[in-house]
Design a protein around this ligand. Structure first.
Ligand SMILES: [Zn+2]
Ligand SMILES: [Zn+2]
Length: 286
């Protein structure tokens, strides 16, 4: 059995024609686990033949719009799709796992703007149940702690450094096939080293500092990850494959972008496999 990591979205809040909002699909142990659900996540999942109804868990990293704008779409589409196929019951509820804090409030009200639509569709389809989530909130810790498990798959989380968005977490997904670490948004920090220790695949947010300094984006440098530092982290954690995502700026927006990201990561000392991410890039492991 082999497992797969697919980038479902590699953008930031900036709308781009070829990059959906932030998200990663990890398929391991027979499960489909989605981390974050930015703009157009449902469309990218459809491109790899995963329906919203096929998701076994959606894990959220932090309360920033670019990681959440596709979530109501997943919840709503799962309900409609399953209803139209005559599927029902507990599986209608999308399992969503998130750190307690501002996300709890966001999730509580996620579907409020759709209540009239839900009412009309329920009457139309003769259904009692509506689109719902099965919510698991956990206390975000600075230690790496288990937050969820199903079958052979265990998910751990730790807080990362994305202040002032508190808490922000990264996830580590362990299965018999190996380990995937996903940083969410963060600076280069010790917690990511912990998250990524010995990982087969590390999906890391990335910023190319040399292309940001002196631009208006300089104001957000303090909570994102310099690519040289990412290379240092991936090297010292013994990571096999590194995938860059959420790149600031997008590599296609600057001259020789891919080569410059690669050079920065390599100068940090990382010699393993490196993907400067595009939507639907994938790495197999196990
Ligand atoms: Zn972001
Ligand atoms: Zn963020």
């Amino acid at each position: 059995m082999s497992s797969v990591v697919t980038l479902t979205g590699t953008s930031t809040p900036t709308p781009l024609p070829n990059r959906a909002g932030g998200g990663v699909l990890v398929q391991t142990g027979g499960l489909n686990l989605q981390i974050d659900a930015g703009r157009a996540t449902a469309m990218r999942l459809a491109a790899v033949d995963v329906r919203p109804a096929d998701l076994d868990g959606v894990f959220l990293t932090h309360h920033h719009s670019d990681h959440l704008q596709g979530l109501d779409d997943l919840v709503f589409s799962r309900w409609i799709d399953m209803s139209l196929r005559g599927e029902a019951g507990a599986k209608i509820r999308l399992p969503v796992i998130a750190p307690d804090g501002p996300l709890a409030d966001f999730l509580e009200h996620l579907l409020d703007p759709w209540r009239e639509d839900i009412k009309v569709r329920k009457a139309d389809m003769g259904r009692e149940d509506g689109p719902e989530m099965n919510l698991t909130l956990f206390e975000a810790s600075r230690a790496l702690e288990p937050v969820w498990e199903l079958g052979d798959v265990r998910v751990l989380a730790t807080r990362v450094q994305h202040d002032p968005v508190i808490p922000s977490v990264g996830y580590r997904i362990e299965s018999p096939d190996g380990v995937v670490a996903i940083t969410g948004d963060t600076t280069v920090c010790d917690e990511v080293g912990l998250l990524a220790e010995g990982a087969d695949v590390l999906v890391h947010e990335a910023m190319l500092s040399e292309a940001v300094i002196g631009t208006p984006r300089e104001s957000i440098m303090h909570y994102h990850s310099d690519s040289v530092g990412i290379g240092e982290t991936a090297k010292s954690a013994g990571v096999k494959s590194l995938m860059l995502t959420h790149m600031i700026p997008a590599p296609d927006a600057i001259e020789n972008g891919v080569a410059r990201y690669e050079a920065a990561v390599r100068s940090g000392g990382f010699t393993g496999s490196l993907v400067v991410g595009e939507d639907l890039d994938r790495v197999e492991y196990g």
